[in-house]
Design a protein around this ligand. Structure first.
Ligand code: ZN
Length: 466
């Protein structure tokens, strides 16, 4: 294997005996090494998102930044954690639940003095840190395509709701994300009466929203107070998501890089690495793969040309854990034989990686069936005329998010709830995929529209194979 590090006792994966029909998000051979449930962490930075994730996972969120056209920065953070329960039935809750890093062995000893129990691995989750506002809102909505639940953070030392919190709830509603756990963080900084009062405010605030009835846990991420309760709730309140392990594999690329050091000898050069989230199917070492749209170039006549990239998987990993096969859940690193210069500095971000000849088509023009949000999200003063979303009109310049792709587009026609969009860069996508449109308002990109249905794609991108 690629790295010579000594690995803890993780279950071995064997491609020879792998039967994808028998896989579930709880299969021991899978969760020993890879996260299978994605939990979004939503909240204002100051509310302690990364501290909470660190308290649960033991690791600092690794954040991947991608610079897109028009200086749009998108950051998605990932951190994986294993969640365990002590096998001693006398071990009291919530202390019998505990979380450790992703590379921890599957049956560590219970830490409760005198318990003597062994911890059983129940879940392996990936925390996806979603950016909170403006253009990042749209990213959050797209990250949600692969999100199974959300932790919504509220700072215990502020009144509720803060403007961002309304925005976050609105986003959760648009995403139709039903499994929400509210964390009332920084509880150590307030008196009990103040915490009780805020609890009441939160209850009132979520009334009538998608978050109504969801658990509210007072915590202190800093003091690691009630982290075991979060673990218990993740196990008990978040259903194991349905997953498609049997379809042809498809992964959206969230990052890509060249692992070679400058000056590497030609015979030592390794192929490019693509990191992403598998939407469906199972990727295996040795699989032949295709990446679309691939290399995008402009012809002399100005027409865009896409050349899909064909390659082979030579390694797979989830954080530090090496894999023989990877399933949906968390962030997966895929080592390939692709020319590393094509992967350097996130060049493959927004592309789709999967089985050869089985990926969706590539488009430069889309016809979408849309509805506008009534109000701009994240704008402080409610009821202000300015916050009303203006109608879409011809020649509007917007930002479109599809899958992990973020690109500019121009409205070329609008009729009732149908719009035709010309994309700045080609996108590999298919009908039914979620799309979000944002418009520039006062120097910020604001989400104005979200949809999950396309109509009548217009294919106008020449595909040539290399
Ligand atoms: Zn115990």
């Amino acid at each position: 294997m690629a790295s010579g590090k000594v690995k803890p006792n993780l279950l071995p994966q064997d491609l020879a005996t792998l039967n994808v029909n028998e896989l579930t998000p709880l299969t021991p051979y899978v969760i020993s090494r890879q996260a299978t449930i994605n939990i979004g962490t939503i909240g204002h930075v100051a509310h302690g998102k990364s501290t909470v994730v660190k308290a649960i996972s033991g690791v600092q969120t690794v954040r991947f930044t991608s610079e897109f056209k028009r200086n749009i920065t998108i950051k998605l953070g990932y951190a994986n954690a294993k969640i365990f329960k002590c096998d001693n039935s006398e071990c009291p809750r919530p202390g019998c639940y505990k979380s450790y890093r992703s590379n921890t062995e599957d049956h560590p000893n219970c830490e409760r003095p005198g318990c003597g129990g062994k911890m059983n691995l129940l879940r392996h989750v990936s925390f996806v840190d979603c950016p909170g506002h403006d253009v990042l809102m749209a990213t959050m909505l797209n990250g949600a395509a692969v999100m199974d639940a959300a932790l919504l953070l509220i700072a215990g030392n502020e009144s509720c709701p803060q403007p961002q919190t309304s925005e976050h709830i609105a986003a959760i509603e648009i995403m139709n994300l039903k499994n929400i756990i509210i964390l009332q963080n920084k509880i150590d900084l307030v008196k009990e009466a103040a915490a009780q009062e805020q609890y009441g405010q939160i209850l009132k605030f979520v009334q009538g929203t998608i978050a109504e009835g969801c658990p509210i846990i007072p915590i202190s991420a800093q003091m690691k107070y009630n982290i075991d309760v979060i673990c218990e709730y993740i196990v008990k309140k978040i259903p194991v998501p349905p997953r498609d392990f049997t379809s042809e594999p498809r992964m959206i690329v969230i990052r890509s890089f060249d692992v070679n050091k400058p000056g590497s000898r030609v015979d030592e050069i390794k192929g490019g690495v693509a990191g992403g989230s598998i939407l469906k199917g199972v990727l295996k070492i040795g699989d032949e793969i295709e990446v679309r749209p691939g290399v995008i170039s402009k012809e002399l006549d100005g027409k865009m040309k896409c050349s899909p990239i064909f390659s082979k998987i030579v390694s797979l990993f989830a954080e530090e854990n090496e894999l023989q096969y990877a399933v949906p859940g968390g962030l997966i690193g895929v080592g390939t034989k692709i020319d590393p210069t094509l992967c350097r500095a996130d060049r493959l971000v927004g592309q789709v990686l999967g089985a050869v000849g089985k990926l969706p088509e590539v488009y430069t023009t889309l016809e979408v069936n849309f509805f506008l949000l009534r109000r701009l999200l994240g704008v402080k003063s409610e009821g202000d005329k300015q916050n009303k979303v203006k109608k879409l009109s011809k020649d509007d310049t917007l930002m479109v998010n599809i899958g992990s792709t973020s690109t500019g587009c121009r409205v070329i026609a609008v009729k009732h709830d149908l719009a035709k969009l010309a994309l700045l860069t080609p996108v590999c996508t298919q009908e039914g995929e979620k799309i979000a449109l944002s418009r520039r308002v006062d120097k910020n990109w604001r989400l104005i529209f979200i949809n999950s249905q396309f109509k009548d794609y217009v294919l106008s991108c020449g595909l040539t194979f290399i």
